[in-house]
Each structure stands twice: as C-alpha cells, then as structure tokens.
Write a protein that binds this ligand. Structure first.
Ligand code: PFF
Length: 450
C-alpha cells in the first residue's frame, strides 16, 4: 500500500497528467497506423470521419475515463469495483486489461522495427537507395523473423524497465521535452514533403474527400483508429486519472490531449502522402508506407542523415511512452488486485507479452503458419483490439458515466467540487449519456454487418 501511495503521488505537477496522457496517445498510432488506415480507406473521406470521431466521441470518452479514474483512485478493474460495488461493471476493466495486453503484443513488433531503423539510419544504409530498394530491404527484414523478435524483446524490456521503476519518473520527465521535438521534426519533414515534385496529388488524396468511398468498413476503421490513437476504451486514462490530485482540470486535459494527438496525426499525413505520391508508393501500401517513405524523404534532404537518426529515435521514444501506458494498465491491475508486488507484476506481464508477441512478429514472414481466420496473428490482434474491443470498452465507459455514475458526480469531478467552472460540462454530459453510446453503436454495428 505504501508503495502504491508513493506511485500515486507521482503525478504531482499539473503537467504530469497531460504529459503522460499525451505520451500514451501520441505514438505509432499517429505516425504509423494513421497513414496506413487512411491509405487503405480512401483518403480524405476517412480523415473527415476520423476528425468527427475524435472531436465528438474522443473528448467525451476521454473525460469519462479520467472522471472514473480520479474519483475511484484505483486501477481500471478496482475502479469499477469501488464505484459500482457488487455489480457486473468490473468486466469492463477486465476487458481493458486483456486489451492492453493484446495491443502490447503486436504494438511491440512495430516498436521493435523503430530500433532496427535507428541502427539502419546510423549505418547510413538508406543512402542512395531508390524506393524499390528500400521496399526490398523492408520485406527482407520481415523475413528475418528472429531479428524482429529480438528487437521486440529489447523493446519490451525497455518498457518493463520504466514501468518497473515506477511511472512518474519515466513518463513525466521525458514526454514533456521530447514530444515537442518530435513535432518540430515532423514540421521540417512536412515542409520537405509538400515541396517534392508531384506532392499536390498526395495533398489532394489527404484533403479532398470522395464521399462515395464511405462505407461500413471506413466508418469502423475511423472509429477504431480514433480510439486507438487516443488510447481510449481500455482504461489507460482510468489508470492515469487515478494518479492525479483533485485540483487538475480534467476537461482541459482532455481537450489538450485530443488536440495534440490529432495535430501529430495530421502532420504525419502531410509528411507521408505527398512524398508517397511523389515516389510512386501506393497509398494503400500498408506497413511499408511509413518505413519506406520517410527514409526516402531524408535521402532528398540536406542533413538528411542526422535528421533521419533523430527521427527514428524520437519515433522509438513516442512508441515507448505508449507501451509504458499499455503495460501500466496490466501491471496496476496485477499488483493492486492480485496483490503481487509491482516488480513481479511487471516481470509476469512482460514475459506473457513476449510469449504472445513473438507470434505477431513471426506472422509477418512470407508463408507464415501463424494465422487466425485468414489474417496474420499481427493483423488479427490489431483488428480485434482496435476495431472491436476498444469501441466496445468505450461504449461501456460512457454508459457507466452517463447512467450509473450520473450527472451530479460527473459535475463534481469536472468542476473539482465547484472550484472551477467547466462551462462545457452540460453539453459533454449530454453527449456522454445519449449521443456517444448511440453513435458508437451505429458505427460499430454498421462495420460488423459489412
Ligand atoms: N495511442 C497509442 C498510439 O497512438 O500509438 C497506442 C495505444 C496506447 C493504444 C495505449 C491504446 C492504449 F491503451
């Protein structure tokens, strides 16, 4: 208990929660997954729906999670036990813990690639290569299954190390400084990308919607991407919300995090698509889109060698602040609910993740035996978590706050017991209670029917 107290005291400073929540939100989901999803789902039409999702659903769901966390001062399972004793609600927390574990298992695969790409960029191995050669290198790397697994293991260890040490020092210190640097590099890259020959087409793909492209699949992908990118629906923000003091302004935290996260995703789009069109990379190239296009842009830039190293280091750090949050949800649950020492909980969670995660990595090799229902283990984990579990978790969370916790307690939390105004509280509560559950359900069902 004393140990837990110490941990909760960690997010003392006001910036602590924003930094940690933004650190969780901003990651490979923005720079790697967002362009992939956008490219696979027709471009600008997807972007429009995505923006609607993050504004109208992202903010209310995020605020709901923060309210649950801070009010209960518990991990994501304990929170429901405390706020709704003797009910079925803790299931939402259990599903979140499972989801965190499953996401970590495949997210760590891509996180591992960032380490490989740091090494490649230091070794200057992109220099002078054209896009075909880079694509070949990327494919060859996937076929070195154990090399992927090794980097994945290193990344899981790194994450375990920070979580082992306790959240506050790890996240707060780094995220505050490094995320703004990532922003600056993305802006530099964006400027280079939009000035490449043929960049216009890429910008049109990104910003000129073709509404005929919208279908159930696009809707559910945008919904899943919104939840994934903002780290919603699985209790990260319940857990982080439980580490803050009563005087944090939860509403402005939610707004800031959503804004920062969306900005980074948009910038990633502005970096990737003009360059992809310029280098003749298909917009729906999927995994290679980012890992091949970005080195190619650096190849066309003065100082590209150094920038490229810095970029991949920052990408790895952005991934790390996200994996920390994934692991933290699992570890907080194991240590607080199963009463296992925090350090042991970390070891157990990391070993389990590695055991499942290596199949995600190995499933990307040519002719892999590791498939589930025709999808690679990697894709299956990605689909089931982002497109199914997170929206389901999200719907349960808003229903919980809107109907079970209720207006009075919600207002108490967002106004810090009347100390601040939170002028949007009524409209946000209305969305939480009525609109969000219905909207998520409609999108979700339309996607499933497809
Ligand atoms: N939001 C992270 C990203 O965009 O990279 C990924 C993530 C972290 C998803 C934590 C879900 C989560 F709970």
């Amino acid at each position: 208990m004393a140990e837990e107290k110490k941990k909760r005291d960690g997010f003392g400073s006001k910036l602590g929660l924003i930094a940690a929540a933004a650190g969780s939100a901003i990651g490979l989901g923005n720079i790697y997954r967002f362009p992939c999803e956008l490219g696979n789902n027709g471009g600008a039409a997807f972007l429009l729906i995505y923006l609607a999702v993050v504004i109208f659903l992202g903010i209310p769901v995020m605020l709901s999670e923060l309210v649950i966390g801070r009010r209960s001062q518990c991990n994501s399972v304990g929170a429901f036990k405390r706020l709704a004793p003797k009910s079925g609600w803790p299931i939402v927390g259990y599903m979140g813990v499972l989801c965190g574990f499953l996401i970590f298992a495949f997210y760590s695969t891509v996180s591992g690639w960032t380490l490989e790409y740091i090494v490649k960029s230091v070794a200057n191995s992109f220099q002078g290569k054209d896009i075909k050669a880079l694509e070949q290198d990327f494919a060859d790397f996937h076929n070195m299954g154990w090399r992927n697994v090794m980097w994945q293991g290193v990344f899981i260890l790194l994450t375990g190390f920070v979580v082992f040490k306790g959240v506050q020092n790890g996240i707060e210190k780094y995220a505050k400084v490094l995320m703004p640097v990532l922003l600056v590099i993305l802006i530099v890259l964006g400027v280079r990308s939009v000035t490449l020959p043929g960049a216009k087409e890429g910008l049109a793909f990104l910003f000129k919607p073709d509404f005929s492209k919208i279908n159930g699949q696009v809707l559910i992908s945008a919904l899943g991407q919104g939840f994934f990118s903002l780290s919603l629906g699985m209790g990260v923000l319940i857990t982080y919300g439980s580490y803050v003091k009563k005087d944090d302004n939860l509403t402005s935290t939610a707004f800031s995090v959503v804004l920062a996260d969306t900005l980074i995703a948009l910038l990633a789009g502005i970096v990737i698509f003009p360059a992809a069109f310029s280098f003749n990379v298909n917009a729906d190239a999927g995994m290679g889109l980012v890992f091949n296009t970005i080195p190619m842009i650096f190849n066309q830039m003065t100082g590209g060698y150094v920038f490229c190293i810095i970029f991949f280091v920052l990408l790895a750090i952005a991934a790390l602040t996200s994996t920390i949050s994934l692991l933290e949800v699992v570890v907080a649950y194991i240590s607080e609910e199963l009463h296992i020492k925090r350090q042991w909980a970390t070891v157990i969670a990391c070993v389990a993740t590695m055991m499942l995660g290596c199949f995600a990595s190995l499933s990307l090799m040519d002719n892999t035996p590791f498939t589930i229902g025709g999808k690679t283990v990697f894709d299956a984990l990605d689909f089931i978590t982002a497109n199914v579990m997170l929206p389901l978790g999200g719907i349960m969370i808003v229903i919980f706050v809107g109907w079970k916790l209720g207006k009075t307690k919600f207002f108490q939390e967002v106004t810090n017991d009347g100390a601040i105004k939170a002028s949007l509280k009524k409209i946000i509560f209305f969305i939480i209670r009525y609109l969000a559950p219905v909207a998520i359900a409609i999108v979700f069902i339309s996607g499933l029917i497809k």
